[in-house]
Design a protein around this ligand. Structure first.
Ligand SMILES: [Zn+2]
Length: 199
């Protein structure tokens, strides 16, 4: 087998420690590089758990995964994510717009959740946006938040539920603030945030 990151041959030494573990898809060097300066659990502005610090190698991984169609890298990302998903009633991926989804061919978040065999509920959508000039001032103010809950989703089931929102990269936190805001309007018990990486 070859490393999914550097494409060198994987040298897996069988030891008593790793013999029952799932086989790694990347070499130890790549693993060390990706994990450089890793931190988890940020408290501001909402509780965020994140697994990879956004260093140069992580940026390269995301670039290849999101923009160069290297879909196999979803397995690399999945291998770093270790979270108690079962403690939530709903795992909610941040959606892509239809246009972005058709360009990329896959949602980079749900692909990783599928690898981890996590059941998620695709309840958010990115609203279609009219052009600036076509919108009234109040419409513009409201449309600051790009997310809505799908019309087909019964929001009454959200009451008193624990929700985990999942995205790929946490940058300014604005995406998450918007996603939290939309779900928070439905008397949920708690909302937490997980991202694969954080800048
Ligand atoms: Zn490697």
């Amino acid at each position: 087998m070859i490393c999914l990151m550097c494409h060198n041959q994987l040298q897996t030494e069988m030891t008593i420690l790793n013999m029952f573990q799932k086989e790694s898809r990347i070499c130890m060097d790549c693993r060390d590089e990706l994990l450089k300066e890793t931190n988890t659990n940020y408290e501001y502005p909402h509780e965020v758990t994140s697994f990879l610090n956004y260093n140069e190698r992580v940026a390269d991984l995301f670039h290849r995964y999101k923009f160069m169609g290297d879909n196999a890298l979803k397995e690399v990302l999945a291998s770093f994510i270790n979270h108690n998903f079962k403690s939530y009633d709903f795992v909610v991926p941040v959606p892509l717009s239809t246009k972005r989804l058709s360009e990329r061919g896959y949602n980079q978040v749900t692909e990783v959740l599928d690898c981890l065999k996590i059941k998620y509920t695709d309840m958010l959508e990115t609203a279609h946006r009219k052009r600036q000039s076509e919108r009234s001032k109040s419409e513009r103010a409201k449309s600051q938040n790009p997310f809505t809950i799908k019309g087909t989703f019964d929001v009454s089931v959200l009451k008193n539920k624990r929700i985990l929102i999942v995205d790929d990269i946490y940058t300014t936190g604005m995406t998450m603030t918007h996603a939290v805001e939309v779900l928070d309007a439905h008397e949920v018990a708690e909302i937490k945030v997980l991202t694969f990486s954080k800048v």
